[in-house]
Ligand binder design. Structure first.
Ligand code: HEM
Length: 525
């Protein structure tokens, strides 16, 4: 039996259809105005959503960026620090600038005062955990662990057993040995290629150095296969994954799609890291059970922890893995920048070599004990950290744990806070002739200050509660290897490659075009 539904349909007259059309137009206009007003709010969309908490009068100034995306594209390129610096300069917001990336609220300080206030405040002692960091289990390691008892105990343990002056001194000989191996590798490379690409050599040296103090392991420079290739592959993959700007960190509704395949790759990597590091822990256990022989690397330290601090195996893997990961690239990247500067500034190089010679004489190899007598070399390192900080945005951002203020500005809990250290160290008002490479400035009283985090004019290791715990170890390593490489060689441009100082910000700020140069053993020129 058929039913008659015709009474449901009202025939559309011309009058009705024009009514519907104007209704649709009105709806579009309202939607457009809502999006537009949100978008135009200082700092963009993510800040507009919170505008009920930030009275427009005290709203933090900042660019709107693209509708919905905000400053997404600034983070997709490799010069984010420069883009953010020129924005805050042009908007006169160096004290504090707000911006959005998707639904994430950001603030950035490009000024020592606001940077200090932010980094030293306990309100910013947490880190935003990116999906990749979480998937790689780094929330159980020091760098991303939430601010609290677990994080504090990891800092305590590593401060005592890995980063204390005594421990750093203890590994001095091994550092020197690795430096000598690097010298040999450079000679081989010159003989074979006629030039040297230092990046690879510095990377092997740096990885070996961390592997030695953390796992008690050292790999042969020449025999680059087997386990070394494996660990190198794991570190590189982790570096790439953490450096990727992941859409789903800022557009949570895209999370399940895993558009960039980050989650999948992280899970594959974690499986491999678990096997690799798990085996090293097991080998240590077996060795201790069999021989009762305890080496004094960091694995043994963690295995020896008392009941109250004992870590589960998976936490131990996360902690050990992070150390390898954090300690390798920063040191190698900084040294590559330093050597590039030496090639570009032969007069500075000669002055540094004269300083080394005056301390060691002609024949004695430079060692850890000489470092306090090499202040000009340290000044070169500081000037390189100023001009090419490995973490121009201090690597990993901070997160506001609760509502707080920076100066007069209200900052809601959950805001991601960054410091543009690169902008501060390139500010002519703070650093006269900031674009000039002038290590001498650090020999003058005005700039003779600690770079370990107390003075935000130059704080390449961060500052406050989450300041880099490896800063003294990193600096001692760079100082010694730099002295060894300068003592042995004169550094020159290679015939076919100019030194190109273009930057590329991944997880750290690397040379976009790796340094390829020539060396001549000193005394032979
Ligand atoms: C030239 C060498 C290095 C530089 C420039 C550097 C830079 C940094 C920076 C900027 C931070 C963030 C600090 C902050 O948020 O205030 C950091 C954190 C960290 N660094 Fe380094 N670092 C270096 C070497 C090392 C080494 C050798 C290790 C370990 C072997 C290490 C381990 C860590 C860890 C674990 C954190 C996280 C600390 C936390 O969140 O509590 N770093 N580093």
């Amino acid at each position: 039996m058929s039913q008659d539904f015709s009474f449901f349909f009202i025939p559309l007259t011309d009058h009705h259809s024009s009514y519907i059309l104007s209704f649709k137009l009105m709806l579009c206009l309202v939607l457009f105005l809502v999006v537009f007003s949100f978008w135009l709010y200082p700092g963009g969309l993510a800040w507009a959503i919170y505008k009920h908490q930030t009275k427009p009068k005290s709203a933090i100034p900042g660019p709107s960026g693209f509708p919905l995306l905000g400053l997404f594209f600034a983070f997709n390129g490799c010069l984010t620090h420069r883009v953010l610096e020129s924005l805050s300069k042009s908007l006169k917001t160096s004290y504090l600038m707000a911006f959005s990336v998707g639904f994430t609220r950001f603030i950035i300080a490009s000024n020592p005062e606001s940077a200090k206030e932010m980094l030293s405040s306990s309100a910013f002692a947490d880190r935003p955990v990116k999906e990749s960091a979480y998937e790689l289990l780094f929330h159980r390691a020091m760098g991303f662990a939430p601010y609290g008892e677990y994080w504090r105990s990891l800092r305590r343990i590593s401060a005592t057993h890995l980063f204390s002056p005594k421990r750093i001194a203890c590994f001095g000989e091994s550092r020197q040995h690795i430096g000598t191996k690097m010298v040999q590798e450079i000679v081989f490379s010159m003989q074979k290629e006629g030039f040297v690409e230092v990046k690879k050599i510095l990377h092997v040296g740096s990885l070996n150095n961390v592997m030695m103090s953390v796992f008690g392991k050292c790999y042969d420079f020449c025999n680059k296969n087997g386990e070394y290739v494996e660990v190198e592959g794991l570190v590189s993959e982790g570096y790439e994954l953490l450096g990727i700007f992941n859409w789903s960190d800022h557009f949570p509704f895209l999370g399940w799609l895993d558009l960039q395949g980050v989650r999948k790759r992280c899970r594959e990597l974690v499986d491999k890291v678990n096997v690799f590091v798990g085996k090293i822990i097991e080998d240590h256990r077996l060795n201790r059970a069999k021989n009762g022989v305890f080496s004094d690397d960091f694995v043994d330290v963690l295995l020896d922890l008392g009941k109250e601090n004992r870590l589960s195996d998976s936490d131990m893997i996360a902690v050990l893995w992070e150390m390898i990961f954090r300690g390798t690239d920063t040191v190698a990247i900084l040294l590559e920048w330093i050597l590039a500067r030496m090639v570009l500034h032969p007069e500075i190089q000669a002055k540094a070599q004269a300083e080394i010679d005056s301390v060691t004489g002609i024949n004695r190899a430079v060692c850890d004990a000489d470092l306090p007598n090499l202040p000009y070399l340290l000044a070169i390192i500081k000037e390189t950290l100023r001009m090419h900080p490995p973490g121009p945005l201090l690597s990993w951002a901070r997160l506001a744990i609760h509502d707080t203020h920076v100066g007069p500005h209200f900052i809601p809990a959950g805001t991601t806070a960054m410091v543009n250290m690169w902008a501060i160290t390139h500010d002519d008002k703070i650093w006269p002739k900031a674009e000039e490479f002038k290590p001498e400035r650090f020999m003058e009283e005005e700039h003779d200050f600690s770079i370990m985090g107390s003075d935000l004019r130059l704080a390449p290791f961060g500052s406050g509660r989450r300041v880099c715990p490896g800063k003294s170890l990193g600096l001692a390593t760079v100082h010694l290897w730099f002295a060894q490489l300068l003592q042995k060689f004169q550094w020159l441009p290679s015939d076919n490659n100019v030194v190109d100082l273009s930057e590329c910000l991944k997880l750290s700020m690397e040379m976009k075009h790796p340094l390829a140069c020539k060396v001549i053993p000193r005394g032979e020129s």
